[in-house]
Write a protein that binds this ligand. Structure first.
Ligand SMILES: [Zn+2]
Length: 254
């Protein structure tokens, strides 16, 4: 079976914000597929990147915006110790129909992600890991009750299938836990599964979970967090957080 695949540079180069690429496919609905891209395609609740794609047009450089990044179909990963995620997928960069018509297969382009949006998504994503760690410190095993995850530039949330409503004390506990981890400027690591290069784990201290999203290297960048709870009914509970006073890491390659 032929697999149309985009090499996802954000895994091995998480702070690289642009790359040279070649157009390998154009879908009028789904968008532009490149042979490799730094852009993060929406998955695991984290929104897809936005940015711009540029190319030479005669003697001038033309730059066109893409407003979303989505994954296409690939091979379903079947490992005993990892969630069944699609791998070797194409990455679709979504442009307006008018802009999409400016591209052709084989064209050399440069893709660049919107730095501010990627930074906020990365902070938001890293922070929700700490929120989950805090919750699991109080309710071990809660990870398996996750039914929804949404990671946006302004903050993130997790929905749990549980009959137990979170209390004000839970919220205070989690907020103090997260703020303390930030104060300690803890290191956060990612590493690949031994059997699959696209399967990644996230680790802080001895807490490890499967995750291939965008992460900071240290907690100190996150700043000040505000944790909230919301009951979505008798058996669905939500925890969300927002952040402010974050610091911009110096290691991004613009
Ligand atoms: Zn993650």
């Amino acid at each position: 079976m032929h697999i149309m695949e985009t090499i996802k540079l954000h895994h091995l180069h998480p702070f690289l914000l642009s790359n040279e690429a070649e157009v390998i496919h154009i879908d009028q609905i789904r968008g532009l597929v490149l042979d490799q891209s730094v852009a993060y395609a929406e998955s695991g609740g984290q929104l897809g990147d936005q940015g711009k794609i540029s190319f030479k047009n005669g003697n001038t450089n033309k730059e066109l915006p893409f407003h979303d990044t989505q994954k296409g179909e690939g091979r379903l990963l079947l490992l005993k110790d990892f969630p069944a995620i699609p791998v070797q997928t194409p990455t679709y960069h979504q442009l307006s129909p008018e802009h999409l018509s400016k591209f052709y297969v084989g064209q050399k382009v440069k893709v660049q992600v919107d730095f501010q949006r990627r930074l906020l998504l990365t902070i938001s994503h890293s922070g929700i890991h700490l929120v989950l760690m805090g919750l699991e410190a109080k309710y071990p095993g809660l990870y398996s009750a996750i039914r929804g995850c949404s990671i946006k530039p302004e903050g993130a949330r997790l929905d749990f299938s549980t009959d137990q409503k979170f209390t004000d004390e839970d919220v205070c506990f989690v907020q103090d836990f997260v703020q303390n981890q930030i104060l300690l400027n803890k290191q956060m690591f990612v590493y690949q599964h031994a059997a699959e290069p696209e399967a990644w784990f996230w680790q802080m201290d001895d807490y490890i979970i499967p995750c291939g999203g965008c992460h900071l290297t240290e907690t100190g960048y996150i700043g000040t967090v505000s944790v909230k709870k919301k009951s979505l009914g008798r058996s669905m509970q939500r925890i969300s957080f927002t952040f402010k006073d974050y610091q911009i890491p110096e290691f991004y390659e613009i």
